[in-house]
Design a protein around this ligand. Structure first.
Ligand code: NAD
Ligand code: DAU
Length: 330
């Protein structure tokens, strides 16, 4: 396929690009604004094999340039961090909603298939059981509200214009190249550096962990074999309380357990996410990596790749961290 991958310089997008090049032999154009989370370094080993366009999805001229010659669009581009959406929602509205609209228009004009990468957070929190694709959408944060708005817009382009759209909703991803504002890489790098490990609230919130390559395969299944107009959940094989995740990272890094620090909870913090993925499994997808194995691999990757994260921890991230957590990194 000739794919336009928007947000392909981010954590999941870059994993997807690598997967599609290696396993499917696609021709790929990446369109990415290179925000703090998007980095050419995430594509360091494949930059020669793709076309890279530096631009924003909300910019119709950049989109028109990037989409030239493509058969399908996969949209990963988003502002993705819940905490940043609470302290400053503006960019979330522009990228996640307006940007999705510009991409939909460009794909509609050219009759292209369109896959929207979405999240389990559109359903909100669930105490027990799992959400199916029929569950009501009930987002809690500005991040998840803008992702929900984008999903609804995508569905409207199927219903109104007959556009070939699919939506793939993933649970919490982890793996190499994840920006260290998110729980797992933050805890790994803090553990390695001997920084405190800031656990929100009581640490008993539950997330459904999905290795990034497994999400990449799930998105591929929905893109290639999904029925137009449908959404597909893609949930990880294991769920885990945050505190347990942190304790496991302590074991894997040999850090001091006394580094754990319980800090003020996130406002509106969703307690538990859980997805039923039967519909995607019916397309032949299943997760390959269990959480224990994936976490060990991920800790190993961060230990071996300080070239990737040292510039982040030495740069603007320090200011973000100090502002958000009220203490400096080592
Ligand atoms: P990320 O923050 O690592 O990457 C986002 C990418 O989008 C970056 O490369 C960034 O530069 C780019 N971007 C941001 N604004 C842009 C704009 N206006 N125009 C063009 N590019 C822009 O995010 P991620 O974790 O890789 O998430 C990718 C997608 O997957 C998002 O849509 C997210 O909502 C969804 N998702 C993430 C998870 C998760 O656990 N991380 C789970 C389910 C779904
Ligand atoms: O569920 C899918 C979503 O997962 C994606 O759509 C989002 O883009 C992605 O950011 C992620 O959202 P979460 O809010 O679940 O991920 P985060 O890594 O920010 O937090 C995971 C859990 O860990 C959550 O319960 C909050 C907690 N946490 C997080 C941080 C950053 C802490 O206890 N301490 C922290 O310092």
């Amino acid at each position: 396929m000739r794919l336009l991958v928007c947000g392909g310089a981010g954590f999941i997008g870059s994993t997807f690009v690598r997967l599609r090049l290696r396993e499917y032999g696609d021709e790929i154009t990446v369109l990415d604004k290179l925000t703090y989370a998007g980095r050419r370094e995430n594509l360091h080993d494949v930059l020669e094999e793709i076309r890279f366009v530096h631009g924003a999805i909300e910019n119709p001229a950049a989109v028109a340039d990037a989409i030239e010659g493509c058969d399908a669009v996969v949209n990963f581009a988003a502002e993705t961090h819940v905490d940043r959406s609470i302290s400053g929602p503006d960019a979330f509205i522009v990228t996640n909603m307006q940007g999705t609209h510009v991409l939909l228009e460009a794909a509609r004009e050219r009759g292209l298939r369109y896959a929207q990468v979405s999240t389990d957070e559109v359903y909100g929190s669930i105490e027990s059981g799992s959400f199916t694709e029929e569950s009501p959408l009930c987002p809690s944060s500005p991040y998840s509200a803008t992702k929900t708005g984008a999903d609804l817009l995508v569905s409207s382009y199927f219903h109104t214009y007959g556009m070939e759209t699919v939506i793939c909703r993933g649970s919490n991803n982890y793996g190499p190249y994840q920006y260290p504002e998110k729980l797992i890489p933050l805890m790994i790098l803090n553990a390695v550096a001997g920084d405190r490990l800031p656990v929100y609230g009581d640490g008993r919130n539950v997330r459904n962990w999905l290795y990034t390559e497994d999400f990449g395969r799930g998105i591929s299944a929905a893109l290639v074999s999904g029925t137009p107009g449908e959404a597909y959940n893609c949930g990880g094989p294991d769920e885990c309380e945050n505190l347990h995740v942190v304790e496991r990272i302590i074991e894997l890094t040999g850090a001091d357990p006394a580094l754990i620090e319980f800090v003020t909870d996130r406002p509106g913090h969703d307690r538990r996410y859980s997805l039923s993925s039967e519909k995607l499994r019916a397309l032949g997808w299943e997760p390959r990596v269990r959480f224990d194995e994936g976490l060990e691999r991920t800790v190993g990757w961060y230990k071996d790749n300080d070239w990737w994260w040292e510039p982040i921890r030495a740069g603007d991230y320090r200011e973000y961290y100090e502002r958000h957590y009220g203490r400096a990194l080592r």
